[in-house]
Ligand binder design. Structure first.
Ligand code: ARG
Length: 597
């Protein structure tokens, strides 16, 4: 089924056109702020009246006379200077609820009829280092975007632009070589590949620090490291083998974190900086030929219009340093070309913190100048703010170090265990463990999602694990509570699933039933807006409103003692609410639900 807002928008816009003869006067349908005035409101008449220089209320009268909405709404009303207020008919609501009930997978929500190919670039950890909290936001926000856009019916291509080619690899490779040959003095790498693959890098962070220490203490080692960068960038076989080992080892550290976070990234989605290594020279060459890249203080630079430094001088987008090295920018240009030409992207979404805003603006501007992209292709930088500690400063460990994601998630599960213990001490240990995992990880993700992504936010375990307010445990509990109502309603000999499947007619007997129904049929719109703006908080806000609407309904209407007329609609409202919450949490936010809490 098409979204109700879309249907209303379409029909009212058509009526406006019929009356005014103007094809481009949108109806501007939205959800009414105050249900006293109806459920939906069209605000477009005023603008149309202004265009025609006519009285908006009179115009609204004429439009209403042309409106064909009998199947959906009660008679429309005009309010204020020319708003059209609409109230949804009960018959439309019940029909819609039955339709959602019948669609087990998509809750009655249509796929788009204009599917696009959308590339989403997210997570992008710099490997050979542990993932830290800074990568958390990109990883989970990007993942939610993928899930929403995919659900809408678009083709999503995930690209994990891992940092696997930087100069720090010279140091790491040199250090790994030193250690490896110390243990295998007669080592001949060509025949020893298996041995290398098994060679342990137990603690990646420590390994990195040791390598860095060697680099700082020994000139010889530093020279070796620089030589390794050259060898790496020339793709020498033995150096590549060391590099590959470090990359594989890193992956074995971050892949489990993705799984723990129920993030959909797999190793298939990895297309790191190294992938573009052999495409960088051409990027510079072409930009030179097009006379877009020029030498400035020894470096090759593009100066896209409109970018100035503090002194008001043109800002360079540097694509090759004076020593010949390519940069982050060069790789991103190559990646963008690849995404447009090979992946056939209609849209590319980059998810990084707001500090990279200028980089992406310059990237998009340069690519456009070069003709590698045009107005047909949507390039979007989705930014986010900083995660802060309770002291309001960027999130750090007590000793001021960067917080490792792994430790943070462990602590979340730990703390959630205490919450579960308090709420329901009688559950089995296994159940408690599963719930603690779902709640702990869910709490971290949900707290992030529920904030406006551009705001900085304070990371607080206490807040995110609270059972009250817009938190994961509140939502998970709302779901589990409905499941428990259903179990009670089932009793001994009633099978709820078949009872629900057999429902064919619904009758409302209480306004709270209608209010909840109206919330339920808005799910599609919440997804549409959240996806269009890449804002998960629109989705969490909707789910929270839904859960609260359910509470009001459940306070007003008994389900377990409902009579035969009331039972079908009430049972169905319970089930559709549970299914919507579950769908939102598990499918779109990647947060697990539990049947019991
Ligand atoms: N590795 C980068 C970082 O940690 C993020 C990569 C973002 N994607 C991109 N195409 N530049 O900042």
């Amino acid at each position: 089924m098409k979204s109700l807002t879309d249907i209303l928008e379409h029909r009212i816009s058509r009526a406006i056109e019929k009356v005014t003869g103007q094809p481009d006067c949108p109806a501007l349908v939205g959800i009414s702020k105050n249900s006293k005035f109806g459920d939906y409101q069209a605000n477009g008449v005023m603008a149309a009246a202004k265009k025609l220089k006519t009285n908006p209320r009179q115009l609204a009268e004429k439009i209403i006379a042309q409106l064909e909405l009998d199947d959906i709404c009660e008679a429309p009303e005009i309010a204020g200077p020319g708003f059209i207020n609409l109230r949804i008919k009960d018959s439309f609501l019940t029909e819609h609820l039955l339709e959602i009930n019948a669609d087990t997978h998509r809750l009655g929500i249509d796929k788009t009829d204009k599917p696009q190919t959308v590339v989403v670039d997210y997570s992008g950890p710099n490997i050979a280092k542990q993932m830290h909290v800074g990568h958390l936001r990109s990883t989970i926000i990007g993942d939610c975007i993928c899930r929403m856009v995919e659900f809408q019916g678009h083709t999503v291509i995930r690209q994990n632009h891992i940092g696997d080619w930087g100069t720090q690899f010279g140091m790491l490779i040199a250090y790994l070589g030193e250690k490896f040959y110390a243990e295998n003095p007669d080592g001949d790498l060509q025949s020893d590949l298996e041995k290398l693959k098994a060679f342990p890098i137990q603690n990646l962070e420590q390994f990195y620090q040791e390598a860095k220490a060697r680099f700082d203490e020994s000139e010889d080692f530093a020279d070796k490291a620089r030589e390794m960068v050259l060898r790496l960038h020339n793709q020498k076989t033995d150096t590549m083998a060391f590099w590959q080992h470090i990359v594989d080892e890193s992956r074995s550290h971050y892949q489990p974190i993705y799984e723990q976070l129920t993030v959909t990234l797999t190793s298939e989605d990895e297309r790191g900086e190294s992938f573009y290594a052999d495409k960088l020279a051409d990027v510079v060459e072409v930009l030179k030929q097009k006379e877009l890249a020029v030498k400035s203080e020894g470096a090759m630079c593009v100066f896209p219009e409109g970018f100035l430094n503090k002194e008001g001088d043109p800002l360079p987008f540097i694509i090759r340093k004076s020593d010949g090295a390519f940069l982050y920018a060069t790789t991103d240009l190559a990646a963008l070309r690849f995404r447009v030409n090979e992946l056939k992207a209609n849209k590319v979404i980059y998810v990084t913190d707001a500090r990279q805003a200028q980089h992406f603006q310059m990237l998009f501007a340069t690519a456009k100048l070069a003709g590698w992209t045009d107005d047909e292709i949507d390039l979007i930088h989705v930014t986010f703010g900083t995660m802060l500690g309770t002291d309001g400063k960027p999130f750090k460990t007590r000793t001021g170090g960067t917080v490792k994601l792994k430790d943070l998630l462990e602590e979340a599960i730990q703390r959630a265990t205490a919450v579960v213990e308090e709420k329901n001490p009688d559950l089995s240990e296994d159940q408690k463990k599963d719930i603690a995992k779902a709640v702990g990880i869910g709490a971290v993700k949900y707290a992030d999602y529920s904030n406006n992504r551009n705001s900085d936010y304070i990371f607080s375990f206490d807040k995110m694990l609270a059972m009250e307010g817009n938190t994961a445990p509140y939502m998970q509990y709302a779901y589990a509570r409905i499941k428990s109502i259903e179990r009670k309603a089932a009793g001994k000999d009633v099978d709820i699933a078949s009872e629900l499947a057999g429902i064919t007619t619904l009758t409302f007997t209480d306004n709270a039933e209608k209010d909840l129904s109206k919330m339920l049929i808005r799910y599609d719109q919440a997804i549409a807006i959240a996806a269009a703006e890449c804002r998960p908080n629109y989705l969490t806000a909707y789910l929270y409103d839904l859960a609260q609407s359910f509470s009001r309904f459940y306070n007003a209407c008994t389900v377990l003692k409902a009579n035969a007329d009331q039972r079908p609609v009430r049972l169905l409202l319970c089930d559709l609410t549970a299914r919507t919450i579950k769908h939102g949490l598990t499918e779109l936010l990647g947060i697990k639900v539990v049947e019991q809490m």
